[in-house]
Design a protein around this ligand. Structure first.
Ligand SMILES: N[C@@H](CCC(=O)N[C@@H](CS)C(=O)NCC(=O)O)C(=O)O
Length: 216
């Protein structure tokens, strides 16, 4: 059985948890705080980040959420989470949406830690730069959600695009509760609410974690 190193607020780990659930692949959940020195991630991932999917031998590991998803898609193509190889444009579009959703998460994480600095050490231009990416990414995702009017973002079934976008929205709700994204992009909110009805989303709702180590 697989083991997944995960963190409760992580949108990257949540994508993998949802994909594993949708593909009916059993796994043991190993919850960690990746920012603390107790994390086991360095044993498996030279980049010291989660999610990490540890394989059945307990030693080999797959890491980086988008690569884990690609790996799962290649190894376990039943219950596909991407359009078929013959639908090349749809398949690539789903990956593009995932790139934007992940990029918004990356910018939010950078801004989150910059905001954690002592006020005199914090760089407002850096935060502003990251938040411009967040707004740009959300605008693009909001437009794509509007075009599909309540349906799945690509084709007529759940794909990695929906999973990535739903994980981002959940992360915003968890770590950025005062961000007004849901009012600004109602189609995105509606899409997220539709996804949150699935058991794979309900069972993986994010929650904040407390970090013990000093990060910045
Ligand atoms: N691009 C990576 C991002 C993963 C990531 O940033 N993970 C965070 C937790 S949400 C982490 O483990 N950070 C620890 C660190 O960077 O030291 C992915 O998609 O897997």
């Amino acid at each position: 059985m697989f083991t997944l190193i995960s963190a409760t607020p992580s949108p990257y780990a949540r994508k993998v948890r949802i994909a594993l659930a949708e593909k009916n692949l059993p796994f043991t959940l190993q919850t960690e705080v990746p920012w603390d020195n107790t994390t086991k991630t360095p044993q498996y991932n030279p980049l010291e980040k989660l999610p990490v999917l540890i394989l059945e031998d307990g030693k080999s590991a797959v890491y980086e959420s988008s690569y884990i998803l690609e790996w799962l898609e290649a190894k376990y193509p039943d219950t596909p989470l991407l359009p078929s190889h013959t639908q090349v444009d749809d398949r690539l579009f789903a990956r593009k949406i995932e790139v934007v959703a992940d990029g918004v998460c990356d910018a939010l994480v950078l801004a989150f830690f910059e905001n954690m600095r002592e006020p005199e050490k914090k760089s407002q231009p850096w935060v502003d730069r990251q938040m411009r990416k967040v707004e740009g990414g959300l605008r693009a995702l909001g437009e794509w959600a509007e075009q599909k009017q309540g349906g799945y973002l690509v084709g007529d079934r759940l794909s990695l695009a929906d999973i990535a976008v739903g994980s981002l929205c959940g992360y915003l709700a968890c770590r950025w509760p005062s961000h007004g994204w849901a009012d600004t992009y109602p189609a995105l909110k509606k899409h997220w609410q539709m996804l949150e009805e699935r058991p794979s989303f309900q069972d993986t709702r994010p929650s904040p974690q407390t970090m013990k180590d000093k990060i910045v």
